[in-house]
Design a protein around this ligand. Structure first.
Ligand code: A2P
Length: 311
């Protein structure tokens, strides 16, 4: 059970993950160096779990911040839990190690703590383009069996480039396909999915718990409110009157209430913030039991469709 930001949640392979991490996906509005400063501030505030990805395009900055905080004695490498993700253009088994090595080169680190298959679908292999498209702008897909990708990720764990391996954006059927692989060596330790009270993933959470797979929730504050993926007529989660009322009762912000809700139901969270005050606030969310109240919030049809995200 996670009670505070520093509690660690055990993983199926014997490792463990800190219950609250700092998301590092950054908007285009940030200028070079902002991510370095934000991650350094996050580590100073106490974050030991940092959630990144090759696709975010900023692992060089995240690595620079981690190395700076190791160099100044704030942390040791083993204190930091860094997650990276295998992008969709690298799902062919022969590309997997290449992608991980690219991440390690950007970070200038020897290993990552957790490596996730970012999505279960493959795009045309490419080391240059994140979203390869044809001349008409149509996204180019590839036909890769993600179980074969998984086997290549298992090899990366065996050679010590990564401590734990997991998946992201998998539904329960896709998870079962991996779990039923005839030569499976390692189960996915986690499944990272969008998770917050308007998309509480209760069925998937139950399934993951039954298989000892940790559910890691991204966008736990209900953002980004990008019209590309979201029906923006849905009210912002943090303005929900139930959350506001609960927050007032316990002298906490709505953000702290939703993060506490996840921690109590055993979901590891990776809220994003580039503001030190809010980063600090997000780690300080201890509150009396709130989950039974929040499970009654409506579950909105949140994302429009995967096609609209990648189309
Ligand atoms: P900022 O970086 O200015 O703090 P999510 O992790 O659900 O995707 O949410 C990320 C967004 O939520 C970012 O825009 C971030 O902005 C904002 N945010 C982070 N922490 C808080 C908080 N405690 N209260 C309100 N907004 C927050």
């Amino acid at each position: 059970m996670i009670y505070s930001a520093d509690d660690r949640c055990p993983l199926d392979d014997g490792n463990s993950i800190p219950g609250i991490g700092l998301g590092t996906f950054s908007s285009d509005k940030l200028v070079k160096g902002d991510v370095v400063e934000a991650v350094k501030a996050g580590i100073e505030i106490g974050y030991r779990h940092l959630d990144g990805a090759l696709m975010y395009g900023n692992e060089d900055e995240v690595g620079e911040a981690i190395r700076a905080k190791i160099a100044d004695g704030t942390v040791k490498r083993e204190d930091i839990f860094y997650t990276s993700k295998l992008w969709m253009t690298y799902l062919s088994p022969n590309m997997v190690r290449k992608a991980l090595e690219k991440t390690l080169k950007s970070l200038q680190l020897d290993y990552v703590d957790l490596y996730l298959m970012h999505w279960p679908m493959a795009l045309k292999p490419s080391e240059e383009e994140i979203f390869p498209r044809d001349a008409n702008g149509k996204l180019l897909l590839d036909d890769v069996d993600f179980c074969e990708t998984w086997a290549a990720m298992e090899c990366c764990k065996e050679v010590g480039l990564v401590r734990s391996i997991g998946v992201s954006n998998f539904n329960h059927r896709q998870l079962e396909m991996v779990l039923k692989m005839p030569n499976l060596k390692y189960k996915p330790v986690c499944n990272q999915v969008e998770c917050h009270p308007y998309l509480n993933q209760s069925k998937l959470l139950k399934f993951c718990k039954s298989k000892n797979i940790v559910l890691v929730g991204y966008s736990p504050l209900g953002t980004p409110r990008n019209p590309k993926y979201l029906n923006t007529s849905i009210p912002p989660l943090l303005n929900d009157p139930v959350l506001k009322k609960l927050g007032e009762k316990h002298h906490k912000t709505a953000a702290q209430v939703v993060l506490r809700y996840q921690v109590q139901r055993g979901v590891v969270v990776v809220p994003k913030s580039f503001n030190p005050g809010r980063m600090k606030q997000n780690r300080e969310q201890t509150l009396p039991h709130a989950s039974s109240t929040l499970d009654i919030l409506p579950v909105w049809v949140w994302t429009v469709s995967v096609g609209s995200i990648f189309g």
